[in-house]
Design a protein around this ligand. Structure first.
Ligand code: 1GP
Length: 249
């Protein structure tokens, strides 16, 4: 059973998972190897590598190299474009940005990267990626990806995007508030998507406490992603991971 099959099996059994996001471009804060070690020790299930401002795959390569030298967790690419694809990753979230106005993020960058993914034998996991604008201040991903705004109250729009992703045959749905978002995706949206779709549900952006993580899991998230908190506060990262690992409905 490979990593993703194992993820699916655990979700089927009602287990919840945590993925740790590392941005290869962000400077400052805790070093990547320390974040990865803390994540692995606490029980996080994978490291995702990517960020909205990645331009050079060498940065991604180096970051993954550091991670691979520090921990044994699987590495999943979380690319902003074909430039985010690096040969030393295990998996790639092969994402369609469901609410972008820019065809690059809907399908063109994916076409650009497809042959590399094949050549480097990186295993794709397709994702219906939905960016939700949770506060007035735009997140980096909203600025760059030219999103068609969906607000944190627009439950129907999100469910519609998620269902479209399911009908396209995607393997998962990702509800994203954007890295460093002031507020995470609303629990109302999460429960609505949970109710109307069957795919594994990934939720990330603005999750900075175990309480928030638990609230999102109770609403129906299967996988919690955190990025920023790991760069700033390893103790809090640990607590969030434990909250996910020992979560009981
Ligand atoms: C992953 O972009 C998020 O979905 C990460 O967000 O950096 O706010 O944890 P944070």
């Amino acid at each position: 059973m490979n990593f993703w099959e194992n993820v699916l099996e655990r979700i089927r059994k009602g287990k919840k998972l945590h993925f740790t996001l590392v941005d290869p471009v962000k400077q400052g804060g805790i070093e990547v190897d320390e974040i990865a070690k803390t994540a692995q020790r606490a029980g996080s299930d994978a490291v995702m590598v990517g960020g909205s401002t990645v331009r050079d795959r060498k940065d991604v390569y180096r970051t993954i190299e550091v991670i691979k030298n520090s921990v044994s967790l699987p590495v999943i690419l979380f690319p902003n474009s074909a430039a985010g694809i690096s040969r030393n990753a295990d998996y790639i979230f092969f994402m369609m940005l469901m609410n972008s106005r820019d065809i690059r993020f809907v399908v063109q960058e994916q076409i650009k990267g497809a042959l590399l993914i094949k050549k480097w034998n990186i295993k794709p996991i397709s994702v219906a990626y939905i960016i939700i604008s949770t506060s007035r201040r735009l997140t980096m991903v909203e600025k760059i990806a030219r999103v068609k705004k969906i607000r944190n109250e627009d439950t129907r729009k999100v469910v519609s995007c998620a269902l479209a992703g399911q009908y396209f045959g995607m393997q998962s749905i990702y509800l994203e508030a954007g890295s460093g978002a002031k507020r995470p995706v609303s629990s109302k949206i999460i429960s609505a998507v949970r109710k109307e779709t069957e795919l594994p549900l990934i939720v990330g952006g603005g999750i900075r406490s175990p309480e928030t993580a638990k609230e999102k899991l109770t609403a129906g998230a299967d996988i919690i992603v955190t990025g920023t908190i790991g760069e700033k506060d390893p103790e809090m990262l640990k607590k969030i991971i434990w909250a996910v690992k020992y979560f009981k409905q």
